[in-house]
Each structure stands twice: as C-alpha cells, then as structure tokens.
Write a protein that binds this ligand. Structure first.
Ligand code: PLP
Length: 235
C-alpha cells in the first residue's frame, strides 16, 4: 500500500468507529505522528490528505520548519517538552499537546507573553499513573486547568494522554473512558460557553479506533501510516 492509501484507510477506520459510537466522523482529526520521517515524506503525507502533523523532537521539528515541510498542514507539538526548549516551540506550533506540569505551563506563558501571542495548549494527563511517564496526575488535572485558564497568553483547549502499553485488544478502553470523563469535567467546570475546550487527544496506531469510540477528537497515528520506525535514539 502507498502512503496515500494508508492515510485513506486510517481515515476510513476512524469514520467507521465514529459512526458506530453515534458520532460524526468530522468530530475526529487524524494527527500524523511524523517523528523520524523526512521532510519529503511529510510533504507526501500532506499531499495525501494529512491536515495536522504532530512532532516529538524540537530539533527534528526545527529542521522541518526550516525546510517548510509542514506547509499546508497544522502543526502540533506532542513530545516531552523541556522548559529550556520552550522558546523553540511557542508561537511556532498551533497546539502544544504535552503540557504536564505547572513549571512548563508558566514557562510557556512567559514566552508567549514576551512574543505577545496566545499559545493553544492541551494538558497531558498521566492516566495510567506510570512513574516513567510525564503528565499531570488525574486528580490534579482540575487545579492545573484552572491555572492554565488564569494565564492570559495561554488558551486551554483540552486534554491529551498516552495510556500504558497493554497487550490485549481493547485493554486501553478504561483509560480512554476515564480521560473522557476528565475532559467533560473540566469542560463543564471551566468552559462555560464550551467554545475553547474542544480537544481530547488520545489513541495511537494500535488503539485509535477504541479511542474514537470513547470520545477522542484527535488521534495521533505514526506506524499505521508510515510503517515501523527504527528504534528511538536516546537523546
Ligand atoms: C510516536 C507517537 C505517537 C504515534 O505512535 P504510533 O504507535 O506509531 O502510532 C503518538 N503520540 C505520541 C506522543 C508519540 O510520540
């Protein structure tokens, strides 16, 4: 299958899962997780129907931006962001999906204030309570969301999660369901017009259909579009 065909297939699977759950397929956006892909592959993906790219590494992202590789698509930062790299991300991406601490939130607010812009963000939730993963604990989401709402140069758009790796199919559905509940909670509590908080980012190659069934509005898919990646270098 070509990249274009795989994109079409993933989109079809998303649409089917949405309809099964009584949702409109248009409620869900496919984010192509483009880590380790070349600028040419990214351009090919955008030509093939990708409208949002998600990047993990600041360095790769900067190189692709210099190449103008994301032209025609929106850009999300989905990886772990260190505060010392905030300057390279704020104002350059449409959405930072991975804000998991007050420290990072305040660094983004400070940089956005300096640039006199408003940065859209999601809060990353450590939904599986894993020591190895970043993200805010489920019980602390509400407090961090309130802090984000109080930042004049940050616009809180919703939540994101990377659930634990589970072997059995459907094993992540309870985590996705919990995330949906947290999302509805902060929406009800903080977004009275329900206009800004509209994003729930969850689901990857192995489980995006379940994520859609449980209410995801963004799914981040890499392998199912681009094929297996070489093992990650530890930077
Ligand atoms: C790589 C990555 C994905 C996509 O993973 P696949 O299993 O290849 O679909 C999604 N989200 C984040 C944060 C990632 O780093």
């Amino acid at each position: 299958m070509t990249l274009e065909e795989r994109i079409a297939q993933v989109k079809e699977n998303i649409a089917r899962a949405a309809r099964e759950a009584g949702r409109a397929p248009a409620e869900v956006t496919l984010v192509a997780a483009t880590k380790v892909q070349s600028s040419d592959t990214i351009r090919q993906a955008i030509a093939g129907g990708i409208t949002v790219c998600g990047e993990n590494r600041v360095q790769e992202m900067t190189a692709h931006l210099d190449d103008d590789a994301y032209a025609g698509a929106a850009l999300h930062f989905i990886g772990h962001l260190q505060t010392n790299k905030v300057r390279q991300v704020v104002g350059r991406v449409d959405l930072i999906e991975s804000v998991g601490s007050e420290h990072l939130l305040q660094a983004i607010e400070a940089q956005a204030a300096k640039l006199e812009l408003v940065q859209d963000i999601l809060l990353e939730v450590n939904i599986g309570g894993e020591a190895s993963k970043s993200g805010v604990a489920p019980e602390a989401v509400s407090a961090l969301a309130e802090q984000a709402m109080a930042c004049p140069h940050v616009r809180l758009r919703g939540l994101m999660a990377i659930p634990p790796i589970v072997e059995q199919p459907g094993g992540n559905r309870p985590f996705f369901a919990k995330m949906y509940q947290l999302y509805v909670d902060i929406r009800t509590k903080l977004d009275h017009n329900e206009t800004a908080i509209t994003c729930l980012s969850m689901g990857m190659s192995g489980d995006y259909e379940d994520a859609v069934r449980e209410g995801a509005t963004l799914v981040r898919v890499g392998t199912a579009l681009f094929g297996p990646r070489p093992p990650m270098k530890t930077v």
